[in-house]
Design a protein around this ligand. Structure first.
Ligand SMILES: Cc1cc2nc3c(=O)[nH]c(=O)nc-3n(C[C@H](O)[C@H](O)[C@H](O)COP(=O)(O)O)c2cc1C
Ligand SMILES: [Fe+2]
Ligand SMILES: [Fe+2]
Length: 398
């Protein structure tokens, strides 16, 4: 754990805790780059803390807040969203500052009460509620479903800062600076994977939130994860593109293979994809962590699933992939199926219902008995070409 405390505007502090020990964020997503939990403190005639950190880092946050307040009390504590990666420090903060007024949405209040059985003073904010804290004024915008129903954001007039909670956040501990520009293209890549994993299922709510904020000038975005965002219009436009989502010219091939036969088959598919000048991204399950699978599923117009039959069913990790497509609402993609078996090959029939549920268009199926041979090879290359052309067509029409 390391901590960065940074006064990025006079009297406005970022308190960012680097978590390099959590392997799976939300117990699902691999984060080899770590993650930062950002809280913000505004010191004016009134003092305001915005968000918090994961429970295990409570003392570190409280230590910094106390130092910065220099003996003053804390008047307001804005809880943008109840997920414990930020609200974990809530009970200890309340214990330290029992008179603080907690600011949440109505749904947020219920969530916080369900998670933390402590009593506290509370203000429920409606959409557009304003709060004067001395020379400064805050305005609260409800932005539900980015990515929980409780979510809201805080706009600070004058300094023109949007405290955005999880939105506009990214993976990665802040070890190289505290601004987006300190990370170059890496910031875009870590934000996109974070968006695909955390926000994508609710992407239809992104334009609604951006629309609501459109009348307000924003100089910088202060998210709850990752660096401060100085390139505001780039970030907003990127979020709008991702919310569609913007699909890339590639075919994603996800396969399972116990003994290498199906692995060999999908190599022929990849060859077919590349023959029509489209990129083939090949990922094996379960070897590839789902954070990367979901990242690629998010923007692939065409997907090939390589599925061995396993104990009278589809290879279980492919069922997980289909479930993730359902959960994240990755719908309307072209899908090719390469299935295999030896005595009663049922993998293909077992996945059809799932594909239907994600509104996939099945664009070719090849079934193989054991090792790919003879005609199989031509069929596999053809499947790759066909999906490659589909991907190119989708992207050209976008
Ligand atoms: C543990 C295990 C269970 C299997 N269960 C079935 C099955 O229920 N029905 C079937 O037709 N084939 C079954 N197979 C055969 C595989 O689907 C077949 O060998 C396939 O080609 C595997 O490809 P791979 O070499 O890439 O793992 C099974 C294979 C293994 C290793
Ligand atoms: Fe969250
Ligand atoms: Fe978060």
């Amino acid at each position: 754990m390391t901590i960065n405390t940074y006064e990025f505007r006079k009297g406005i502090y970022m308190i960012s805790v680097n978590d390099l020990r959590t392997r799976l964020f939300e117990s699902l997503w691999d984060i080899p780059e770590g993650i930062a939990y950002n809280a913000y403190l505004i010191i004016d005639e009134r003092t305001v803390l915005i968000d918090g950190v994961k429970g295990i880092y409570s003392e570190v946050l409280i230590g910094e807040v106390k130092k910065l307040l220099g003996g003053r009390g804390l008047d307001y504590y804005v809880v943008h969203h109840g997920e414990p990666d930020h609200s974990g420090s809530f009970p200890k903060l309340i214990k330290e500052y029992p008179n603080v007024k907690v600011i949440t949405t109505e749904v947020g209040f219920k969530i916080i009460r369900s998670l933390y059985p402590v009593s506290f003073n509370h203000i429920t904010v409606s959409d557009g509620y304003e709060l004067i804290i001395g020379n400064r004024k805050l305005k609260f915008f409800q932005t539900p479903w980015l990515h929980w129903p409780d979510t809201f954001m805080t706009y600070l007039y004058g300094d023109k800062i949007l405290f955005s909670g999880d939105a506009f956040g990214s993976y990665g501990a802040l070890t190289n600076g505290l601004w987006d520009k300190d990370y170059g293209d890496l910031h875009l890549s870590l934000s996109k994977r974070y968006f695909a994993n955390i926000v994508a299922a609710f992407r239809s709510h992104v334009p609604k939130a951006i629309n609501k904020l459109s009348g307000y000038e924003i100089d910088l975005i202060a998210p709850a994860h990752g660096p401060l965002v100085g390139k505001v219009s780039d970030a907003v436009n990127t979020y709008l593109r991702w919310s569609k989502p913007e699909l890339e010219r590639k075919v994603l091939i996800i396969y399972g293979s116990m003994y290498g036969n199906l692995e060999e088959a999908v190599k022929h598919v990849a060859k077919g994809v590349e023959e029509v000048d489209v990129d083939a991204v090949v990922m094996k399950v379960p070897d590839t962590p789902i954070t990367y699978l979901v990242r690629e599923l998010f923007d692939s117009p065409a997907i090939v699933l390589g599925i061995p039959t396993y104990d009278g069913s589809a290879f279980p990790y492919i069922s997980l992939v289909l479930n993730l497509m359902k959960i994240k609402r990755f719908e309307g993609r072209y899908v090719g199926i390469v299935s295999s078996g030896l005595w009663s090959a049922v993998a293909e029939s077992k996945v059809m219902k799932d594909l239907d549920e994600v509104k996939a268009t099945v664009d070719g199926k090849v079934s193989i008995l054991g090792h790919p041979k003879g005609d199989d090879i031509t069929k596999l290359v053809d499947l790759g070409r066909s999906l490659g052309r589909r991907a190119a067509e989708v992207v050209s029409k976008q």
